[in-house]
Design a protein around this ligand. Structure first.
Ligand SMILES: [Zn+2]
Length: 268
């Protein structure tokens, strides 16, 4: 059965079957695609019940139920119903809480897309993690109101990995569990997403050396609110290395390449 055919069956189930009660949650729209002549399939991250995908029937024509609410980055209060066993929620309506606003700017759009794509790929449907919702809201707010500096992006990535349950341990060696020293050699094991000390490093492995300044800068960024992380500066040479370390850590959890990386590259 084609994907469209599958979606059609799911939609028909909503019509003939019994749905649960109407629910509402604050949510951020992650992605939207057209379905048929008038409908849209929308993936959104709710504050209360995690990520969901729903169908907004008649969304292309409805100015009342979904007006300006279904663009990526938009923060809404979504009213929906779910049905046990159905993979699509039935979206009844949305109230606009915060529009796309400044994120239409090409650079802000590219960085906003990067944050949304990362969160989308590191979350599974229906698993609520309130901290992830708050982090995405904080990240989009930061990009709306200022430049997406390297320190802002790395701070977002570190906290995202933490809340998604993939936190890299930056203070102790993943093998001997002794404290890592930024003065001695430290290496990233990209296959396992862990950091190891020079004593535990096997020269036969292809590990990525991490400079002491980079390790110290990433460790310092991790607990900071994004608005504060943005104002920090990486020491000379550390920005590129930190970007590479985070990219390798994130790559372990990405099912497909991020489209926004090309948008960001095109800005330069
Ligand atoms: Zn070690």
């Amino acid at each position: 059965m084609t994907h469209q055919g599958l979606v059609k069956v799911v939609i028909q189930c909503f019509v003939c079957g019994s749905m649960g009660p109407s629910q509402a949650s604050e949510a951020i729209i992650l992605r939207t695609r057209a379905y048929g002549e008038a409908d849209k399939i929308v993936t959104f991250l709710t504050a209360d019940i995690g990520k969901l995908t729903g169908i907004a029937k008649g969304a292309k024509n409805s100015r009342r139920r979904f007006a300006n609410c279904l663009d990526p980055f938009t923060r809404v209060r979504v009213h929906f119903r779910t049905k046990p066993g159905a993979s699509l929620a039935f979206m009844e309506s949305c109230d606009l809480l915060e529009s796309v606003g400044a994120l239409v700017d090409p650079a802000k759009f590219a960085y906003g897309s990067y944050l949304v794509e990362l969160v989308d790929q590191l979350t599974a449907e229906g698993q609520p993690i309130r901290e992830l919702y708050d982090l995405l809201a904080e990240g989009l707010d930061a990009v709306r109101h200022g430049p997406a500096t390297a320190t802002l992006l790395r701070g977002f990535e570190l906290r995202l990995l933490h809340h998604a349950g993939y936190e890299p341990q930056l203070q102790t060696c993943a093998r001997c569990h002794l404290p890592l020293s930024s003065d001695a050699g430290v290496y990233l094991d990209p296959a396992h997403g862990s950091v190891v000390c020079t004593r535990c490093r096997d020269a036969a492995e292809s590990l990525l050396p991490i400079g002491g300044a980079t390790l110290a800068a990433l460790t310092a960024l991790k607990p900071l609110p994004l608005a504060e992380a943005r104002r920090r500066r990486f020491p000379n040479g550390a920005a590129a290395e930190a970007a590479q370390v985070m990219s390798r850590l994130l790559a372990l959890h990405l099912a497909r390449p991020l489209r926004s990386v090309k948008l960001i590259a095109a800005l330069r």
